[in-house]
Design a binder for this molecule. Structure first.
Ligand code: NAP
Length: 311
């Protein structure tokens, strides 16, 4: 039977994805597959999904074998009660590499104190030399596809890296912690904290006033994970009190971040507009084609979402 693949994202994404997906399907031995934005639901075998796209009710897709998410985050689809098919999330080399570069850049900005020289072109000869990376403890909350890659990159730059996850992990060069006791330790030592957790009921407001207070005085927070990981009022209070020296935030509860939001004007906050990384069409297409090939061959899908855990 022919394989029918529905591309279900906003219409402007189709021109970017059509050729890379076609190439990747050909390379995966699926040259005969039909790939379209318009297939009768009862004939669809796979849905390539952007959660902000046209498919929100999966009920009519009676023959669908899997839903392949174009995004790493699945919080907008994982609780959909009509979704009974397996859901795979995006783990893409391009997405991962983009996140590694963004995190490394922002960690280095704070580690080296670059702002003093970028903003301080005022004739003052500032001679403070930053410590070496090996003397800079960095903690990453979340040791998944992205957190793990960022941890390894920071280790290769020499940083003293601690990682924290739900389950126990072993990442070379990284002090790996987990569970509640591990979180306290991970926060107590973090001069720079990077959040790369998914948004789930367990992670929402993880960085509340109590957890922010566990960070050392003058710590910096970098959040490319999800906005709801942070209690915004608690963070603003910690910034105003000087307990947190700076927050670099890429993700927010409401996006775009409303112009009147206090983060925009706060002198100790850097806002970036959810650009830390993105799915890259060429590499993501290969991941999708490979997963369809696996499914058609009876092999388990890669990057399956655990619906109970929510990520
Ligand atoms: P992932 O592979 O699913 O990894 C998630 C990590 O979080 C895992 O290490 C997991 O622990 C840990 N975790 C989940 N719930 C936890 C909990 N309750 N307590 C402790 N640890 C917990 O996800 P990923 O691909 O690395 O992506 C992470 C997030 O980055 C995405 O969900 C998305 O929100 C965000 N993101 C942002 C951008 C951007 O441009 N800003 C781009 C892509 C993704 P285990 O290892 O024990 O399961």
């Amino acid at each position: 039977m022919a394989v029918n693949i529905l591309f279900a994202a906003k219409p402007d994404r189709w021109p970017d994805y059509e050729a890379p997906l076609r190439r990747a399907l050909d390379a995966a031995g699926l040259a005969e597959a039909t790939l379209s934005t318009d297939i009768a639901p009862q004939d669809v075998d796979y849905i390539v999904l952007a959660p902000n796209g046209p498919v929100t009710d999966f009920t009519p897709y009676t023959r669908c074998k899997a839903v392949l998410n174009l995004w790493a985050g699945v919080e907008d689809v994982v609780d959909n009660p009509t979704l009974t098919q397996p859901l795979a999330r995006m783990v893409d080399h391009g997405l991962t590499q983009g996140m590694v570069e963004w995190v490394a850049g922002h960690v280095l900005r704070h580690h080296l104190g670059m702002d003093a020289h970028i903003h301080g072109q005022d004739g003052i000869w500032r001679t403070d030399v930053p410590p070496l990376a090996e003397d800079r403890p960095v903690t990453i909350l979340g040791l998944g596809a992205l957190g793990c890659a960022c941890a390894k990159a920071l280790v290769s730059l020499g940083f003293d890296v601690t990682g924290w996850s739900r389950s126990a992990k072993d990442v070379p060069g990284v002090r790996c912690l987990h569970g509640d006791a591990g979180l306290r330790d991970a926060l107590n030592t973090a001069q720079i904290l990077v959040l790369l957790l998914p948004k789930t009921p367990e992670t929402e407001d993880l960085m509340n006033a109590d957890r922010l207070a566990m960070l050392p005085q003058g710590a910096v927070i970098i959040n490319p994970g999800r906005g709801p990981l942070i209690d915004d009022d608690a963070l603003l209070a910690a910034l105003d009190a000087g307990h947190i020296a700076h927050a670099t935030l890429d993700v927010f509860r409401t996006e775009p971040l409303p112009p009147a939001h206090p983060y925009w004007a706060h002198p100790a906050v850097t806002v970036t507009p959810h650009i830390a990384s993105t799915t890259r069409e060429e590499t993501a297409a290969q991941v999708i084609a490979d997963n369809i090939r696996r499914s058609e061959a009876g092999a388990p899908l890669l990057h399956l979402v655990d619906r109970d855990l929510g990520y």
